[in-house]
Design a protein around this ligand. Structure first.
Ligand code: ZN
Length: 320
């Protein structure tokens, strides 16, 4: 009997990496995670994790046909080069070539948020939707833009940087060198920094959110964040005319404190057209590796199998 084809998937984040072995028919037969090592060791660690996943696959009696690896940053998808990734400290890193050479596997590389968009489109909040924006709000803010069923990458792989759209003229300085960027106000890092500046207390963003309704300083910086986010979504809506907007990332833990003001202010900011529905991403922090697996399968010429993938098989192994 021939062994069932499978792919390796790896989501390389700034603080942790998530890996999986996924069969062609969409069963994640193994899921793992590791802390991300300092920049000088990151590529070596990625190679090590892919080799470890290969060994697991062999023990599980599946045949690895390709790997998919997703990272943050500006990715030249044609060449598989990471042009720039600030939180991994990479510049012009020929990632796909390095990993193909080191593993002997065909390797597909991609952008983490764009790939999460692919996963949400296949199995999550954008299932069956051809025009949508997935906006992930974590430490920073980035978007996957899908129009007519296809992800928008831009000329240099830099499309979707909604976090660095200047929303507040003459606003606060951003780490990117601009002023008044959306993520200065809306991201986890921005919220924590602005809360500390206002209250004199240093708290992580999730603690600021937990104080909403009980701490006037938290309420003020949150309200300012919601106003800037809604304005950013007004801009995205007018540019793209999406069927739906999907919000992902750590901020979604705020629930109605996020969705309520965003929906109201998005609608209020659009005078002559209806606002698209705003939904919360369904695959959470698992979307990156799920999308990486889908990308690897496509690169191996087995993309047709994605039509048979079922959300249920992934829910069993994923965490909320
Ligand atoms: Zn910026």
């Amino acid at each position: 009997m021939t062994r069932s084809p499978a792919v390796l998937a790896l989501d390389v984040g700034g603080t942790s990496m998530k890996g999986a072995v996924v069969t062609r028919d969409g069963r994640p037969v193994h899921v793992d995670r590791w802390p991300t090592l300092p920049a000088e060791d990151t590529v070596r660690a990625i190679v090590g994790h892919l080799r470890a996943l290969s060994l697991v696959a062999r023990d599980l009696d599946v045949e690895v046909v390709a790997a998919g690896v997703v990272t943050p940053g500006m990715i030249d998808e044609a060449t598989g080069t990471v042009v720039y990734a600030s939180n991994l400290d990479w510049r012009d890193l020929p990632l796909r070539a390095l990993l193909t050479e080191a593993t002997g596997l065909p390797v597909a590389t991609g952008h983490d948020v764009r790939t999460a968009g692919l996963a949400e489109q296949l199995l999550g909040a954008a299932r069956g939707v051809d025009d949508f924006a997935l906006v992930t709000i974590g430490t920073g803010v980035a978007a996957a833009l899908v129009t007519d069923g296809r992800p928008v990458t831009g000329a240099g792989g830099a499309a979707g940087e909604i976090g660095h759209i200047p929303m507040v003229p003459g606003g606060e300085a951003c780490t990117c060198g601009q002023f008044g960027c959306l993520e200065v106000y809306v991201s986890g890092a921005g919220l924590a920094r602005r809360y500390a500046a206002r209250s004199g207390r240093s708290l992580p963003a999730e603690d600021v959110v937990a104080r909403l309704g009980a701490d006037p300083d938290a309420d003020v910086v949150w309200a300012e964040a919601m106003a800037v986010l809604a304005q950013g979504l007004v801009t995205a809506t007018l540019l793209l005319d999406p069927t739906t907007i999907v919000l992902g990332g750590g901020f979604t833990a705020a629930g109605e404190a996020l969705l309520g003001p965003v929906r109201t202010q998005l609608a209020a900011g659009l005078a002559w057209r209806p606002a698209p529905p705003v939904r919360v991403a369904e695959l959470g922090s698992e979307a990156g590796w799920i999308g990486a697996a889908a990308m690897a399968l496509r690169s191996a010429g087995l993309g047709d199998a994605l039509r048979t993938w079922d959300r249920q098989a992934f829910t069993a192994t994923t965490t909320p």
